[in-house]
Each structure stands twice: as C-alpha cells, then as structure tokens.
Design a protein around this ligand. Sequence first.
Ligand SMILES: [Mn+2]
Length: 344
Amino acid sequence: MRKGDLRNQVADAGRVVIITHRNADPDAVASAYATKLVVENIVRGTEVSIVHPDGISHASKQLLSKVGISYDYSREPHLQPRDFVLLIDVARIEQTGLVMDYVRNLVESGDVKIGLIDHHETYSELLSLASFYLYDPKASSSSELVYELASEYGIELPKQALTLLLGGIVFDTRRFVIVSPRVFRVVAELIEKGGNYGLVLESMYQRPSFAERVARLKSIKRARMLKLGDDVIIAVSHVSAYEGSAARALIDAGADLAIVVGSHNGEVRISTRASQRFIEVTGIATSKLMEYLASKLKGAGGGHSLAAALTVRGEYDVDELVERCIALLREVLPKDMKLKEITD
Ligand SMILES: [Mn+2]
C-alpha cells in the first residue's frame, strides 16, 4: 500500500526528520541511513536528520563498524513546525518515544506532516495520519522497501549503503528463514551492485557480549516449561536485559514458544519468539499474542508472526508477571488445547 509522493512531501517540508523505533535494530538503522541518502538525492539541499530513540542495538553497532559507516543521530525526537517526520520501521508511535495524542495534534494543527515506511504486520493508526506512506507487511524488511524506493527514483546507492541494507534484510529475515522470491531478487541486486554479503555475515557471527551470553543462559536456567499436546514446548522465563536474545536462545534450545520478561528501570519488556510448528498447531501469531497481552497489561505491543514484543511502564514483580503471562496464554489458546506443566 502506498500514498502520496515522497518527492513532493520533501520539497514542501522545512526539515526532514527520520525517526526509527527505539534501540534501532540493523533493519531500522540501514533503512534510515539509506532513506536519508534517497531524500537528499531527490530534493538537493534538504536538511535531513536521523533520530534513533534510546540509541541503536548491539547488532547495529557491530554491523555499522564492520561496514565502516558512522553518522550522527539524536537519541530523542524534537519536532519543529514544518518538519516532515518520516517514521521508518515503526509499527507503533510509542516505539519512538512520542505519544499518539501529541503526534495527532501536531498533524491536525498542520504543524508537521507524517510519512511512514514500514513492513510490520500490526496495523498502525499512523497510516491514517500519514500524508505519505510506503507500507507493505509482505516485505521482509524496511530495508527491502527502501531499496525498491531508491531503484524507483533511479538512485545508485554507494556500496556501503547497499551492504548496510543487505544487513537489514539478513537480520529481519533471521538469516533467510522468512523469505519470498521478492526478497531474493532484491538481495541478488544488492550483491550484484557491490553489497558485501561476507561482511554482513562476519558482523553477525561476532561473539555476543558477556552480559548477553549470561542472560541467554539464565533464561534457560529459570525457564518454566509447559507442553501443549505431546510435542509442543512452551518456555516462559525472565532476565534483566537481552530478553529478545534470551527468547531466541530458548527456541534454539528446543522450545516452540518462548516468552521472556525483562525488567528495566521503570519499564517491563516482554519478548516472544515462536517456531513455525507453534503457528501450525495453534494458529496464533506472536504479534497477536503480544497485542493481547499488551491489552491486558495496559502496554503497547506487536511485531511479526514468529517474533514480537511488548512494553509496559511501571515496576512489576517478575515472577508474578511470568505467572500472568502463562495465565493469559491459556486464555488465548484454542479451548481444546490443554497447557500442562512439564515436571521432572
Ligand atoms: Mn524491520
């Protein structure tokens, strides 16, 4: 789905402010960086800034340093009248550190215009506010969308930017687990034009930090294990950081659904990963599961079918939250499916 023309929006704007989701992952970083180049190309002299709320992820830092790109970005969004705000890889406005009411007021008063480039499955209220969007939940990544956009404008991106986009795609497809003919076409072009796939892989095979490895192991040690039927294993655990990586570790260790609660200062993040088998058996996408949990816990959540997350503000007892997640999971599962604790 698309609306509006990017060139016209940029030409009308004072500044272009690109904002990604918090703790920008390689897809967010790559698509923001390449979009900045696209915007500067289609309307010369445009002032473009990039905002990565709360900074960028560890994986993004590794990718940027391997590719040899560094650029300035702000960690908090500050909007001015006549800004054209281009939200990239953002499913929900809360992920940018802004709130919907504030953004809606700005848009309705005509002070700023909003654009969106995104691929998340969660339907975003942002679409109705945007004067430009390129929204395609069938795309593997925002990087794929931005590459296609650059091609439409006939823009030849520098090789480093192509490598970065390749990195965004490799990351969001989980190293080509989630694929389509289209993503392979884009990847083939990126490599043909000079994108360096070897460099992307090197950046991803780096040893995780000590803290991340400890979090992964702790999540396994603390996991509550449940089974659905005789085959599907669900693991629910908690860590103090790296909940996404910890959930991945539980899946790698054999779980079909992993829910990991992470408590940060005044905020709880819950990350979920699933195997294809979990979706086949239950018909539940993790994005739907996180949306449901978010609605019950008064937070915001969403994501993809095999990976999703939610955030809730406030201090919580993590053990209670683990129990709560299990209880809510029971509510969502089809009535004929019994969830049983796995004991020794
Ligand atoms: Mn993405």
